[in-house]
Design a protein around this ligand. Structure first.
Ligand code: IPM
Ligand code: MN
Length: 372
């Protein structure tokens, strides 16, 4: 299989984690005889620094003409901490989502037994948690009309949804539910918001086409509570843009590390894959960030290409590192391995360079961090 992948490393730890994914994808391509070609483009603070805008046109062009996009992270304090700044890195990401019509952001939430102790929740509540959030990504309050009066004493953000916007993501979510445990929960605020009432109406109508899927409805405030109290109850969660933004960050901590969660944004053209963590400026360049969020996003990219065996092997490699204690500093602040070492270990695993169960820990120890 031949695929052209656009890589947008972005800001902060974006470049160092994305490089691990490129290494891993390259190793997978070699082993399975695929040709993945990578081309690099700018977005975010780095793009502002180099070109004056957060999303140069050539980046949009490249994304419109590729098979998939691998993205790192966006944001830098020098722009983000200034509320009066006219140009901000994150505008780049929002514009890219809109330009590519990436209308569904898909965030799987799973837990790993070896990390249960890191979760803020009790182990008995998080065992076997496995759900996926479908967040609408190109509508709602994020993209409605924004106004502020001249005196700067009044501001407004309009929340707008059309039936078509709700329908297209709902079909994706229902189809996913059919392949899973056949349960879909719509999260909204239908007791207050007109847009939420439209979501309910449209989802109820669509549900008639998916009679094998059980549908329920939760107000977002209750959903926020249920995700903490009893996350096992969820299978597919469907929600609008801002509610999805908030509950997916909330859900991300269940696993024990924000650094582990991947996401896929899909739409009309090429899909985009990115870890859900941010640019983590304090860790930039230190080789300590967790690359697994990005590497698991690369696994979603392989799924998207229909390369399920390759994606499965990659997930197996990730499990193998976690089970053997090859983890970054966010997971074990004392005995930790560098970002690049984890990337190499995963390459060794997917490249079949680790003989069965016999791991030469002594050699790997040499690549371990000595900084405590
Ligand atoms: C996310 C981020 C973005 C969002 C920011 C960076 C604009 O928080 O991808 O969840 O709010 O959508
Ligand atoms: Mn967010």
């Amino acid at each position: 299989m031949k695929k052209n992948i656009v890589v947008i490393e972005g800001d902060g730890i974006g470049p160092e984690v994305t490089r691990q994914s490129v290494k891993v994808l390259t190793t997978i391509a070699e082993r399975f005889h695929h040709t993945f070609s990578f081309s690099y483009f700018l977005m975010g603070a780095i793009a502002i620094d180099r070109t004056g805008v957060p999303l140069p046109n050539e980046t949009i062009e490249a994304c419109l003409n590729c098979d998939a996009i691998l993205f790192g992270a966006i944001g830098h304090p020098k722009y983000d901490n200034d509320p009066s700044a006219k140009i901000r890195p994150k505008q780049g990401l929002l514009k890219l989502r809109k330009s590519l019509q990436l209308f569904a952001n898909i965030r799987p939430v799973t837990t790993y037994p070896s990390l249960h102790h890191l979760s803020p929740l009790k182990t008995k509540n998080i065992e076997e948690v496995d759900f996926v959030i479908f967040r609408e990504l190109t509508g709602g309050i994020y993209f409605g009309k924004k106004e502020v009066n001249e005196a700067n004493t009044e501001a407004s953000d309009l929340c707008v949804y059309t039936r078509e916007e709700i329908e297209r993501i709902s079909h994706l979510a229902f189809r996913r539910a059919q392949q899973r445990r056949k349960k879909l929960t719509l999260v909204d605020k239908a007791n207050v918001l007109e847009t939420s009432r439209l979501w309910r109406k449209v989802v109820q109508e669509i549900a008639r086409q998916y009679t094998d899927v059980a549908v329920d409805f939760l107000y977002v405030d209750n959903a926020a509570m249920q995700i903490i109290l009893n996350p096992k109850q969820f299978d597919v969660i469907l929600t609008e843009n801002m509610f999805g933004d908030i509950i997916s960050d909330e859900a991300s901590v269940i696993s024990g590390s924000l650094g582990l969660l991947p996401s896929a944004s899909v739409g009309k053209g090429a899909a985009l894959f990115e870890p859900i963590h941010g640019s983590y400026p304090q860790a930039t360049g230190k080789d300590i960030a967790n690359p697994l969020g990005s590497i698991l996003s690369a696994a979603l990219l392989l799924d998207h290409f229909g390369l399920y065996e390759e994606a499965g092997l990659l997930r197996e490699a990730v499990d193998w590192t976690l089970q053997n204690g090859f983890v970054t500093k966010d997971i074990d602040p004392v005995n930790f391995y560098f970002t690049s070492t984890i990337g190499e270990l995963i390459c060794d695993y997917v490249g079949n360079r680790i003989p069965g169960d016999i791991i030469n820990k002594a050699n790997i120890e040499l690549r371990k961090s000595t900084i405590i």
